[in-house]
Design a protein around this ligand. Structure first.
Ligand code: PGA
Length: 253
């Protein structure tokens, strides 16, 4: 954590929670985090629960995110969701290029870049996800993979727009596996990402960029992760599905 950057804690509910369950989860969470003033709190329910969660968080310190969007404004794209639809439901953020989307739904750095550009054009704040697989790490490709994901993912993003981007570093081998990167391992990659952004933009942009860590973050390990100088938040899957555990995480000391 760096006092210059406001921490951002986001819960990625993935394909969990009906609208009814989501409303209940959000309603239970709100009183547990309402005193938090110095951190951004974000919930990313599935599309079908966005409206219910938007209702539940109205007027609170919790913001809404979607888990994906399409890069076109509208039209014949069966099954897809546009930025305008998300904005209309009250979304402020959108997660883009999560490794599960890259792995199971064929998303590439190029399609991820189109989505980041569309989000920014329409006024949504993108949370761009990057991360290496275990095989890539073991093959010594970490730097190349992260460098490519950052460079291509941010292609043609202006300096002004870059101020609105959040990056989430999620090593694929740590997602949902209970294996967390050590705080040092995570910080090393965060520093690498910051370095890359500095080379692509400027020191000022790099120093202002918020980089979340994701991958088996829990109330038990969040404080040691957040103590690292380049870790500015967490993108949380499993531990965000229970109000008590996500609240404990948000309230880390
Ligand atoms: P996890 O998921 O916390 O369940 O590991 C993190 C993520 O995929 O965003």
């Amino acid at each position: 954590m760096n006092p210059k950057r406001r921490p951002i804690l986001a819960g990625n509910w993935k394909m969990n929670m009906t609208a009814t369950q989501a409303r209940e989860l959000a309603s239970k969470l709100i009183p547990l985090v309402s005193a938090v003033k110095d951190r951004d709190i974000v919930l990313a329910p599935p599309f079908t629960a966005l409206s219910a969660v938007a209702d539940a968080i109205k007027g609170t310190n919790v913001s809404l995110a979607a888990q994906n969007l399409h890069w076109e404004d509208k039209g014949a794209f069966t099954g897809e969701i546009s930025a305008e639809m998300l904005l209309d439901l009250g979304c402020r953020y959108v997660i883009i290029g999560h490794s599960e989307r890259r792995q199971y739904f064929g998303e590439t750095d190029e399609s991820v870049n189109k989505k980041v550009k569309q989000a920014l054009k329409k006024g949504l704040l993108p949370i761009l996800c990057v991360g290496e697989t275990l095989a890539e790490r073991e093959a010594g490709m970490l730097k190349d993979i992260i460098g490519r994901q950052v460079t291509v993912g941010l292609k043609d993003i202006s300096v002004d727009d870059m101020k609105k981007v959040v990056i989430a570093y999620e090593p694929v081998w740590a997602i949902g596996t209970g294996k967390t990167a050590t705080p040092e391992q995570a910080n090393e990659v965060h520093a690498l990402i910051r370095q890359k952004v500095k080379a692509l933009y400027s020191t000022e942009i790099a120093e202002g960029l918020r980089i979340q860590y994701g991958g088996s973050v829990t109330p038990e390990n969040v404080s040691t992760l957040m103590a690292m100088p380049d870790i500015d938040g967490a993108l949380v899957g499993g531990a965000s599905l229970k109000p008590e555990s996500f609240a404990a995480l948000v309230n880390f000391k």
